[in-house]
Design a protein around this ligand. Structure first.
Ligand code: MD3
Ligand code: FE
Length: 201
């Protein structure tokens, strides 16, 4: 088992080229129903550089009034589309968790986008892991410890990689330092998609 540190497992190229293309095509359809939106930071209202959408019963949103999971798209008002069976199958194969995910956050990064160091603590139960799937351009992913000041290190994530964060890694600080433009031709427009499967409630 590919352990980067306790609770953090990295599966390089868990999805081969055909599986990446199939998932890309499913996401393209799904994003027609639930278009990417640009979240804003609580209080300041500053826009994120990352655009987002979700699938599954619940989706993570952020706006001037705060972060939360909710059942509807913030712009269309429609329920999020169902989680594709292919994603549920990846959860069963890699999460080592018996309970199904109820939320999948879809992050889209253009070449300028990044994500500052943060913890994911809006879920009701931290005993379930979070599973991340990378598609498209590679990125520099940074992770540290449970405190912002803890030493951090960075790794490159490539299209098709799966990361699982559980147990002692569940509340670690992490972020995306930068996208590495031109490293993949999977997506059009190019950029990077990251999917995170979660148990929100
Ligand atoms: C570690 N996304 O959506 S995925 C996020 O690449 C997020 O889009 C980044 O951080 C991205 O919240 C990083 C890896 C990741 C996701 C969730 C985690 C790492 C995590 C939750 C807890 C600990
Ligand atoms: Fe996160």
């Amino acid at each position: 088992m590919p352990l980067l540190k306790p609770g953090l497992r990295l599966y390089k190229t868990a999805l081969d080229q055909a599986a990446q293309e199939a998932l890309r095509d499913e996401l393209r359809e799904l994003l027609r129903d639930a278009p990417l939106f640009r979240p804003a930071m609580p209080r300041s209202g500053n826009p994120f550089s990352v655009r987002m959408s979700n699938c599954g019963p619940l989706g993570w949103v952020s706006d001037i009034s705060g972060y939360r999971y909710q059942a509807h798209h913030p712009e269309t008002g429609r329920p999020w589309p169902p989680m594709p069976e292919s994603l549920l199958a990846l959860w069963r194969a890699f999460s080592e968790c018996d309970l199904a995910p109820d939320a999948c956050l879809i992050n889209f990064y253009d070449e300028q986008a990044r994500m500052g160091a943060h913890q994911d603590r809006d879920e009701a139960d931290f005993s379930a892991p979070i599973l991340s799937i990378s598609l498209g351009d590679s990125c520099r992913f940074r992770y540290g410890g449970d405190k912002r000041r803890d030493r951090s290190e960075s790794i490159r994530l490539d299209s098709g990689d799966i990361l699982v964060f559980g147990g002692p890694a569940r509340l670690m600080f992490h972020g995306v330092d930068r996208i590495l433009p031109g490293t993949s031709t999977l997506l059009d427009p190019d950029g990077r998609i990251n999917l995170t499967l979660r148990r929100a409630k």
